[in-house]
Design a protein around this ligand. Structure first.
Ligand SMILES: Nc1nc2c(ncn2[C@@H]2O[C@H](COP(=O)(O)OP(=O)(O)OP(=O)(O)O)[C@@H](O)[C@H]2O)c(=O)[nH]1
Ligand SMILES: [Mg+2]
Length: 363
């Protein structure tokens, strides 16, 4: 499967090297080119080559994206082992037989051509590209054990993706398959990632943002509770900042009585937290006064719980254990952090199973 967009100059060499590598290993390979109506005439050139080689060309109407091109290629391909690679000769076709043989022998269901295992390498990458690639790989660290899940060069059994709903977000269809595919064994083989032979890179700045979006979606898919809790906590942190800012402004600048200022700060922060959680954490489509009231009720309960825990630690537990009297203020902050942590879990579950129970169940 080779997605192409303006790769005319690379096509002949690519096909020649793929065919040569496969035939010398006794493999019969069908090459599927998925071209997005490349202005440089890649599609027409592919049709030319198809007259003499075992090549199928899928034409799409315009630049619809790399990931969806690969998925179209899967549909068009007839084989039971699928190999995906770029057209620009960054990926060495000579590695295909080894990758395929690992699947045929049953050693693996998915094989990734990896730059980041021993003996793997990249050619001449400037410092910034190295850092971006490493950083992006790090973001996916807890999604898969594969060291180079961003690789665009991989092989898989067709059964890995059969019946799996793949979302073609962004550039990294390999990562999507590694996270959602049905497989038990994924292995990596080292590759040398060469500079593209001819033509220009299609990787634009917007791709980086789409990647972050993709990674967030994959974490939500794989660890729905953890990622929701992290989002919920992030909202809580923003809420705490809003709360403090209002408390300070109201009491210091407008001379509002501090307890009244605290109530005001609490109401504003709880309201903005409600909106952020509704839209972002729970992706709720409904906005009902009742839902808002439920959220406020949970927040008030959380506040009371916070005070009870704080009192329990500072006035009951610490004197009983005879600790902390010399560094009282430091212990107060530590005790409050413990209380906030417990309350955040209480709030999170109360909101997940009560305020936003329909959204939680829908998953
Ligand atoms: N069909 C299709 N192919 C695409 C699209 N975007 C990129 N490609 C192809 O996907 C492969 C990878 O794109 P590249 O531009 O090489 O991306 P890259 O390897 O990250 O960047 P470079 O190292 O600069 O080449 C190439 O074969 C492209 O022609 C697209 O929208 N549609
Ligand atoms: Mg490339």
């Amino acid at each position: 499967m080779v997605p192409t967009y303006n790769e005319k100059e690379n096509l002949d060499e690519l096909v020649r090297r793929v065919q040569q590598a496969c035939s010398s290993a006794g493999l019969s390979a069908e090459i599927v080119i998925v071209d997005d109506n490349s202005p440089d005439g890649t599609g027409a050139r592919a049709e030319e080559i198809a007259k003499t080689e075992n090549l199928k060309v899928v034409h799409r109407s315009g630049k619809l994206g790399l990931s969806s091109a690969v998925l179209e290629g899967f549909k068009a391909a007839s084989g039971s082992i699928l190999v995906v690679m770029d057209a620009d000769l960054s990926h060495p076709p000579e590695m295909i037989p080894e990758m395929v043989s690992k699947i045929e022998s049953g050693e693996a269901d998915v094989v990734v051509g990896s730059r980041y295992v021993k003996d793997g390498s990249v050619e001449n990458w400037p410092f910034t590209r190295r850092i971006i690639s490493k950083g992006a790989t790090l973001l996916a660290r807890w999604l898969t054990k594969v060291k180079d899940p961003m690789s665009g060069f991989f092989a898989l059994k067709r059964s890995v993706i059969e019946g799996v709903a793949l979302d073609p977000v962004g550039y990294k269809i390999g990562l999507e398959i590694l996270v959602k595919g049905k497989y038990t064994k994924a292995v990596e083989v080292p590759i040398h990632f060469a500079d593209r032979k001819a033509g220009k890179s299609k990787l634009g700045g917007g791709e980086y943002l789409r990647y972050i979006d993709h990674v967030i979606l994959l974490y939500e898919y794989r660890k729905p509770w953890l990622s929701k809790y992290i989002k919920f906590s992030a909202v809580g942190l923003v809420g705490a900042i809003i709360n403090s800012a209002i408390l300070w402004t109201a009491s210091e600048i407008f001379f509002v009585y501090y307890l009244l200022a605290a109530v005001l700060a609490f109401c504003v922060a709880a309201t903005s937290n409600y909106y952020m959680n509704r839209r972002w954490t729970y992706r709720s489509k409904r906005s009902l006064p009742w839902q808002y009231a439920q959220f406020l009720a949970v927040s008030v309960c959380g506040l009371v719980l916070n005070l009870i825990i704080l009192y329990g630690i500072v006035d009951v537990a610490m004197p009983a254990l005879d600790i902390g009297m010399d560094k009282a203020s430091l212990y107060l902050i530590a005790a409050n952090l413990v209380a906030i942590f417990i309350v955040s879990i209480f709030n999170f579950f109360a909101n997940s199973f009560w305020t936003f129970r329909d959204e939680t169940r829908r998953r």
